[in-house]
Ligand binder design. Structure first.
Ligand code: CU
Length: 242
């Protein structure tokens, strides 16, 4: 009895892996999406936003100065910056119009940008523009985990084969506890990062009903159902609270 059960377990595991790999593969439709709809809106903070927290600068203070948390940035209009909005479950559609390469800097003891939205298989360079050393330490569930010291004014290349799966990568510096950033690898080009007013816009969406997913480093993940009609311009504002 033992063998068939184990075989079945192995088969199911293999199937699960195959399904996950397939789900990650997005296909660009030749000629683009002809009858797509668009979705735009704002991710808003519900309530009075707390002031940016001053962080404990306990190392290299003479160079790093005062530092404030960037884990919740709310604009004057109440919009939340750096939320990732995605229309999920679209297997094929428009071409990716994401940058081919990225530049991620360590400048003034801050990672820049704080949240970086990428398509899978994007390569780029990590810079240290500071006159002091830093440490790039990435933490992810099997995407790209690196822990590398970077001396003053140096750079490190990240090959595009390293960032091949969608998901979230946290970046920290082990020398400066306050330094924090996120790399978000999108599942499809139907993904956007909100601007300083919390606005986003996603175009050429094939008509259909989807889950609209929102990720924010501090406010977590949420989702809701949206319907996109052919040739229409849908609006959606979403409020998030602490
Ligand atoms: Cu550092």
């Amino acid at each position: 009895m033992k063998l068939p059960y184990r075989s079945m377990l192995l088969f199911c595991s293999a199937l699960l892996v195959i399904t996950q790999v397939q789900a990650a593969k997005y296909k660009e439709v030749e000629g683009g999406v002809s009858n797509g709809g668009s979705l735009s809106g704002s991710i808003m903070f519900d309530g009075t936003p707390p002031p940016a927290k001053e962080l404990n600068v306990d190392t290299d203070a003479e160079h790093c100065g005062k530092q404030y948390s960037e884990n919740l940035i709310v604009g004057k209009s109440g919009g939340i910056k750096n939320a990732v909005v995605s229309v999920s479950g679209i297997a094929s559609g428009k071409a990716w119009q994401f940058p081919a390469n990225f530049t991620f800097d360590q400048h003034g003891c801050v990672f820049k940008p704080h949240v970086m939205l990428l398509k899978p298989k994007t390569g780029g360079e990590v810079l240290n523009s500071d006159p002091i050393g830093h440490n790039v330490h990435t933490i992810s569930k099997g995407i790209f985990n690196v822990n590398k010291k970077m001396k003053a004014n140096t750079e490190m290349q990240v090959k595009k084969t390293k960032l091949r799966k969608p998901g979230v990568i946290r970046v920290k510096c082990d020398l400066h506890s306050w330094m924090s950033a996120w790399w978000y690898i999108a599942e499809s080009p139907y993904t956007a990062l909100t601007d300083e007013n919390g606005n986003f816009s996603i175009g050429d969406i094939p008509p259909g009903t989807y889950q609209l997913k929102i990720w924010h480093e501090k406010l977590g993940e949420s989702e809701q159902t949206i319907t996109i009609e052919a040739g229409s311009e849908a609006k959606k504002n979403v409020s998030l609270k602490l």
